[in-house]
Design a binder for this molecule. Structure first.
Ligand code: HEC
Ligand code: HEC
Length: 332
């Protein structure tokens, strides 16, 4: 009898262990989702969190929090009613670098710490993080550069370096920056894009594309997409591939993600063409791309080393340009 009881105990323990295995095996999706960041850690960037990071303390933590706030609420400090200086169009960095520069495929800052300083063909020079930050002040925020030695620049850089602290120097991980969509076989169409805009974007960004400021007119609840307060012609989003890729993984806001986009590639190219066909502040960028053969296929301003028009470089089709460049490079 005693012997049987002992056996039962063994069977019972066995059953519990087996049950645990079966239960795990039956919920593979939960497990793989929860563990995904760990399993592919060396390829997919996951932003750290200031709430769980125990390392920065005191002044260092204060600086990081200030840096984060400058990205999230830029207009409060530098907008037309800014407390530090009035030098921008009133947009926040976060309007384009979503979730404080943390969102996967949301134009995040996951590559900054590991890849700067770096040589950039746009300027033809080695750029520091502060130079790149000021590029966005001058172009995306259509404003002025801020002092490289200011408390604000130091905090922004500290925040970006902290965000990218786990990325191996020189490496770029998956989920960083903006997606590259496949090219269409036809030019992107502002006319078709206008329809996409009226159906999917107008409710937040407005029929006139001017967005919607908050009640005090200090920051935008919905940022402008064109017109005098939008990014200028030298900005990254003025290139069609950047704008289309950004839209695909991120717009409409809070609906689209890389895993679940709300628009097809075609709709993204067309709505991007519609937005960039509208007026934007212009910037003199004649000194950009000192080596014109390095201009990206969708750089919308000549002169070009290939024979294609500004119109085609702006709206596509881009495949013939790529093919011609390949042929040229291979010396045929
Ligand atoms: C209107 C949209 C927009 C706004 C606003 C904006 N940026 Fe950007 N930013 C971009 C785009 C587009 C890129 C280039 C992405 C690419 O080429 O894939 C970029 C790139 C960058 C990069 C380089 C990232 C890298 O991995 O190389 C930094 C740093 C940066 N921005 C900082 C800022 C800061 C700081 C602000 C606020 C002062 C700001 N940006 C505001 C659109 C914007
Ligand atoms: C539900 C409201 C909403 C809808 C709908 C929406 N957006 Fe946005 N959009 C936002 C918000 C909010 C931001 C800024 C995000 C932030 O600051 O965190 C934004 C930012 C942007 C930006 C970058 C900032 C700028 O102003 O240049 C672009 C480009 C953009 N949206 C395009 C689109 C397009 C195209 C559509 C339609 C396909 C769309 N949005 C639909 C709310 C919306």
């Amino acid at each position: 009898m005693k012997h049987l009881q002992q056996n039962w105990l063994v069977y019972l323990i066995g059953l519990i262990v087996l049950g645990a295995f079966v239960e795990r095996a039956l919920r593979p999706t939960t497990i793989s989702t929860a563990m995904a960041p760990v399993a592919i850690l060396d390829s997919h960037w996951v932003a750290p969190s200031l709430y769980t990071d125990e390392t920065p303390k005191g002044d260092a933590l204060e600086e990081l929090l200030y840096g984060e706030d400058l990205i999230v609420n830029t207009a409060r400090y530098f907008g037309p009613k800014g407390s530090v200086a009035q030098i921008t169009n009133g947009m926040n960095c976060q309007n384009c670098h979503l979730n404080g520069g943390r969102k996967a495929w949301g134009n995040n800052y996951g590559a900054v710490a590991a890849t700067y300083p770096k040589f950039r063909d746009r300027s033809g020079s080695v750029e520091s993080i502060s130079k790149r930050v000021n590029d966005c002040f001058e172009r995306s925020l259509n404003g002025n550069a801020i002092d490289t030695n200011s408390r604000e620049m130091k905090a922004i850089i500290a925040y970006m370096q902290w965000l990218g602290k786990d990325v191996e120097k020189g490496k770029v991980m998956k989920g960083v920056g903006i997606s590259q969509l496949t090219y269409l076989d036809r030019p992107a169409s502002p006319e078709k894009g206008k329809l996409v805009y009226s159906n999917k974007c107008v409710s937040c960004h407005g029929a006139d594309g001017q967005g919607q400021p908050d009640a005090n007119g200090i920051v935008y609840n919905y940022p402008p997409l064109w017109g005098p307060h939008s990014y200028n012609s030298g900005a990254g989003l003025y290139r069609l591939s950047r704008l289309a890729g950004y839209i695909k993984d991120n717009m409409p806001f809070n609906q689209a993600s890389h895993e679940q986009p709300a628009l097809t590639d075609e709709e993204c190219w067309d709505v991007a063409a519609f937005i960039n066909a509208q007026p934007h502040p212009s910037k003199d960028i004649s000194h950009d791309w000192p080596d014109i053969s390095k201009k990206p296929v969708d750089h919308p301003f000549g002169p070009y080393a290939d024979g294609f028009s500004e119109q085609q470089h702006k709206f596509g089709p881009f495949k013939p340009i790529i093919a011609a460049r390949k042929q040229q490079a291979s010396g045929k």
